[in-house]
Design a protein around this ligand. Structure first.
Ligand SMILES: [Zn+2]
Length: 196
């Protein structure tokens, strides 16, 4: 299997795994730890699929975005300790553009960590994409709007199917480009080390 075919197979497998995890999540009400064990891998797979569809290749950006896509759920912990961090009983208010803006401002101020912080912000956005279609939705515009926004599950699923389609089309197009000039070899680019 070529690298491109592998990427398409990986995208399809990620989509299938998210659907299976969502079926398991919907099958009954789970304890919080079990729900986390089912939900966080689905967040990672969703984020990876959308990053792949968007053509993000930087390993550093992918790694930090995947971290952001799961770490934002740590904001649920104060709820279990009895703190009121939600607006109207839904998900915590940090499940919003506010968290994204805070990270982007931090990226602007802390230049040395700019890429990592911006990637974390991207990861939070990818997290919210999945949360929009589940549970109570997300207070995406807090503090400007306290209401949680929720979209039908099918919308989120359609976004993932579209992402797989984008990955497949890109792989097919890249493959066509390669076969169009079979005699040519691409000169190897010098190995470059990514700083930081
Ligand atoms: Zn969440």
């Amino acid at each position: 299997m070529t690298g491109r075919a592998g990427t398409v197979a990986g995208a399809l497998a990620a989509l299938a795994a998210v659907v299976v995890l969502d079926l398991a999540l919907a099958a009954r009400s789970w304890s919080v730890p079990v729900e986390a064990v089912l939900d966080e891998p689905a967040h990672l797979l969703t984020a990876w699929l959308l990053l792949t569809a968007a053509g993000v290749r930087s390993r550093q950006v992918v790694a930090w975005a995947l971290a952001g896509a799961v770490l934002i759920d740590l904001d649920h912990l104060p709820i279990y300790a009895g703190f009121a961090v939600t607006a109207g009983g839904g998900r915590p208010v940090s499940h919003s553009v506010t968290a994204v803006l805070v990270l982007l401002v931090a990226a602007g101020v802390w230049r040395a960590q700019r890429t990592r912080l911006a990637a974390l912000a991207l990861g939070v956005v990818l997290h919210l994409v999945r949360d929009l279609g589940s549970g109570p939705g997300v207070p995406v515009l807090w503090p400007w709007l306290s209401d949680s926004l929720r979209v039908p599950y099918a919308v989120g699923l359609a976004v993932l199917v579209a992402a797989v389609a984008v990955v497949a089309v890109r792989a097919w197009r890249d493959g066509a480009g390669t076969t169009a000039s079979p005699g040519r070899t691409t000169p190897g680019s010098p190995p470059h080390r990514q700083a930081g």
